[in-house]
Every structure is written in C-alpha cells, then in structure tokens.
Design a protein around this ligand. Structure first.
Ligand code: AHR
Length: 512
C-alpha cells in the first residue's frame, strides 16, 4: 500500500513542468510497407565483469532459484519483455574464445585468461550448451559471434557443424556424448567482432576478404540456413561500410554497426548518476547522432543493395559511463537512470523508423554491465529504468511501421539545442496501433497534436515512465523509484489526439 501511495504522489509531482510548447505529428496508417523486426529488441551478454558470471550464471552453491546454474529470476524478467535474441560470447571476448574449451564435463574444461576484461580467470563453465540452454529458457534466438581475430576458419566451420548438423559425423557424435541429441539450428552468426579494433585491427579490405573466406566454410545444413553478419563500421567509419558493401554486397545477411553514447569523452566518460543539465543535453545530442549514422550508412548500403536485402545490425549500442565508484574498472558496472531510459526509448524510436534497413540490434549488455536491464546483488535483483522501456516498447515487435511526420519544438540549454520530442508508431497483427513518444525536455511539458490518418479506434490505454529528475535511479533500497504508471494525459478529439507529454517522459499509447 505504501508503495502505491508513493507512486501516485510521484506521478502528480512530475506533471508540474511548465507546458508551453506544442509539437505536431501526422501518422500515416495507409502506408504500411515495413515490418519492425522483433530482433531490433535484442540483447547482448559477454563474458565481461558480472554479466555472465554472477548475472546469468551463478555458483553451484547459490541459494537463488535456478535451473542448473542459470538464475531464474533474471530469466523470468527477460521473458516478460519478450527478449527476441541474445548475442554471445562477445564483444572483444569472442575473438579470444575457443568454443571447444567450453564443452564436455565442466571439471575437465581448460581455463583461460580474459585479457580484455580485467585478466580474470575464465573457467569455461558457461559454454555452448549452457548458452543454448539459457536461450531455450528465455525462448529467444541465439546469436553467436565466431572468433575471426585469433581463431581459424576450421574452428567456425566445426562450431556450425556441432550446433546445426543432424547427420552422422564425429562432431555430432561428440554433441550427443555431451548430452544434446538434436541440433539447435542456430541461424544468427557474427563473423568476428570489431575486426577493426579488439577483433584484429584489420583494414576493411583485409577483413572483407576474411569475411568471404569464413563465410564460405560456414555451412548451411538442412533446417539451418545461416544469417551471417559481417563486422561493420565503428560508428561513423563510412569507408568501412563502402568497402564491405562493394566487396561482399549481398553475400552477407547483415552488416553490424557499433555506436555508444559516451556523455563526456573516452578517458572520462562521465558519471552514471551525477550530472547536470548541460551534460544531460550533451548526452542526448550524442544519443540522437544514431539518426545520422543510420541515414548515412543506409545511403551507402542503398548504392550497392537498392533492394535492401542486407540488414543493418546495430549489435552494440547504449550509454557507456564511468563505472560505479569502488567497482572493478574492467567490469563496466554502471547504474542506470531516467536519462538512460530516455536514451533507450529515443534509440528504439529511431530504429523503428529505420526498420526498412535496421532489422536487428542488441543493447549492451543485459545484466550488470553498461546499460543493463537488470542489476543483481547476491540473491537480490532490480529492474532498471531501461528495462521498463523495453517492456513498454515490446508492442512494436513484428508490427507494421506507420510512417510519421513530426514538427517538434527544440529543447535548449545555453547554446545547445536538440529536438525535444521523438515518436514512432506501429500497428500489430490484431489491428491495435501503438504510438511511443519521448519528451527529452527537462523543464517543459509538451503538448503533441497528433493527426491520425487511416486508423480507426475507439479506446485508448497509455503508460508513462518518468520521474522528477533525470538522475533518478532504482536502487536495492528503493527498487521502484522509476517505474511505469498509468497515463491520463491523452485526449481524443474526433479521430485525432492531444497528448500532454510530461517533461522527461516516455509515453506509449495503445489505440484500439
Ligand atoms: O560492450 C563492451 C565492448 O565494447 C565490447 O566487448 C566490444 O565489442 C566493444 O568495444
């Protein structure tokens, strides 16, 4: 009861921003040509810090509810948001990982040093079978990144055979010996990770040839046609995209893109919880840079692939701040504020609106690392503000994109300004329309006049995620500071809508 009272009190507080600006949005329900792939809502789990070990995978003496050593509270939370895919084992870790070390009796598995992330000893107790068991529990598709940097073509070729072949071979016999009779038919395969950086410091021409060689020997077995994903550019390296598209073209299912929102700079990234309005708007400006990245990389891809067969796969994105004080700097453990939720919602709106080319994405990194959905502490866990965005936005998965036009006021701080409002809309297979709005303005509520064409509806439901301050977080002492509540700020006028977006808010409307 106490919790409910404080939530009601909080939601009345957050409507106290000034309302002075108006945005206009037109939603076109006649033009439904693009599906928003559910795989845009994917996640990423690397052998890094406490993501796998202590996040998904606990000790065999842990008293937390678990299946084998997989935490079931984490599984349940991710199932609720309909996690569509999970990327593994890295990240930089992937290009040092040798999959054969992670199969067979756990006690006999060799250890290795995780040189990228703190030189900790990796005991390989979480390997191929454990990852696929996890994906089975999550009911999501696995996305495996193969080792190109320090691995071999043979290693990837055999990994695919071990996972996907149903016939008689030494590797399928080994798989059976290790407890799995039927193949898993894993279709998403990354061919290396950040091959321009930690994955081998390759030049694009060299990597493009390597991709062609690795891809040639990664075989399609019956019922398991591979979606091969080439290492793509580091943020705005447009030359990398050009070379890959020219050299590989439609010989790949997808081309990856990595872009992180870093509030300050790479040597001092900025705090996850202590920042002022100037840093807030600067961070949002960097988040919005995703729009330009997608437009410009898509334009290059269009030149070589006008039919848009190759997907742009943003398989690492999110905010990257300094680690929490006192935590291991190599473990990338950061708190998660309302600012991060606004970043997640804005980025997902951008992805939705680019769904003709962006068909997969993975937020970095699910549990206890970077922009996490879930933080754990011993047997306890909490859901971050970012988690709730994925919960609210899951309605867009596999829905038809409704094109929008938007005219928004700017949000200004000193000499910095950004568009205050961003939006995306979709219609699901049952005819229900969803509109997701974000108001980035830290001072003003904004009235949005929404002109809806080609969509009829009678009823409306809505949720809002907001809080008094952009620095607000959920903690183990107060897990429900930033949670969604019922939204009453939308009014139907004829077939149109007038929506009053609270400052610093994410609103998702359901029209049916
Ligand atoms: O997500 C953390 C790291 O960021 C990944 O391992 C790497 O691919 C990227 O540089």
């Amino acid at each position: 009861m106490k919790k409910i009272i404080s939530l009601v009190f909080l939601s009345s507080l957050v409507y106290m921003g000034k309302t002075q600006n108006t945005a206009r949005v037109v939603i076109n329900g006649y033009n439904k040509n693009t599906t928003i792939s559910r795989h845009i809502y994917g996640h990423f789990s690397e052998h890094l810090g406490r993501c796998i070990y202590d996040g998904f995978w606990v000790s065999d003496t842990s008293t937390v509810k678990r299946q084998d050593r997989i935490r079931l509270d984490v599984v349940e939370a991710l199932k609720k948001i309909h996690i569509p895919n999970l990327r593994w084992p890295g990240g930089c870790f992937a290009d040092e990982y040798h999959w054969r070390d992670g199969i067979g009796p756990r006690k006999e598995r060799p250890t290795m040093i995780n040189t990228n992330w703190g030189n900790v000893t990796e005991d390989n107790s979480f390997g191929t079978h454990e990852f696929l068991e996890l994906c089975g529990l999550l009911n999501c598709e696995p996305y495996i990144t193969a080792n190109v940097g320090s691995g071999t073509v043979e290693e990837m070729n055999k990994w695919v055979e071990y996972l996907n072949f149903d016939g008689v071979s030494p590797l399928t016999a080994l798989r059976k010996e290790n407890g799995r009779d039927k193949p898993w038919n894993v279709r998403f395969w990354g061919v290396g990770n950040e091959s321009w950086g930690c994955g081998g410091r390759m030049l694009p021409e060299y990597y493009a040839n390597e991709y062609r060689r690795y891809a040639q020997f990664a075989k399609n077995y019956p019922n398991a046609k591979l979606n091969k994903i080439a290492c793509g550019p580091n943020s705005d390296d447009y030359n990398w995209t050009d070379v890959l598209m020219r050299t590989v073209g439609t010989g790949m299912w997808g081309l990856s893109l990595h872009y992180y929102t870093v509030p300050k700079n790479w040597s001092d990234k900025g705090s996850a919880t202590a920042f002022d309005e100037k840093e807030y708007i600067a961070t949002m400006q960097k988040c919005l840079h995703m729009e330009e990245l997608l437009s410009r990389h898509s334009t290059i891809m269009d030149k070589y692939d006008p039919a848009k067969k190759v997907a742009l796969v943003v398989d690492e994105w999110g905010i990257w701040t300094n680690v929490e004080p006192g935590s291991n700097p190599a473990f990338l453990y950061q708190q998660n504020s309302l600012r991060d939720a606004l970043i997640a919602a804005t980025t997902l709106n951008i992805f939705n609106n680019h769904a003709d080319r962006v068909r997969m994405a993975n937020l970095a990194q699910t549990v206890n690392v970077l922009q996490s959905l879930i933080l754990t502490k011993g047997n306890d866990m909490l859901l971050t503000p970012t988690y709730y965005v994925f919960d609210m936005f899951k309605v867009h998965q596999d829905a038809q994109l409704l094109p929008i036009q938007i005219n928004t006021p700017d949000y200004e701080v000193g000499d910095q300004k950004i568009p205050a409002v961003n939006v995306s809309a979709s219609q699901d297979s049952t005819g229900i329309t969803h509109i997701s709005f974000v108001n980035l303005d830290a001072k003003n509520n904004i009235i949005v006049k929404v002109n809806i064409e080609g969509v009829q509806y009678r009823n409306m439901n809505a949720q809002v995620l907001t809080s008094a301050r952009f620095t607000d977080i959920n903690t183990f002492e107060n897990k429900y500071e930033v949670v969604p509540t019922v939204f009453k700020g939308a009014v139907k006028e004829g077939n149109d809508l007038v929506v009053t977006l609270p400052k610093l808010s994410v609103v998702v409307l359901e029209l049916k």
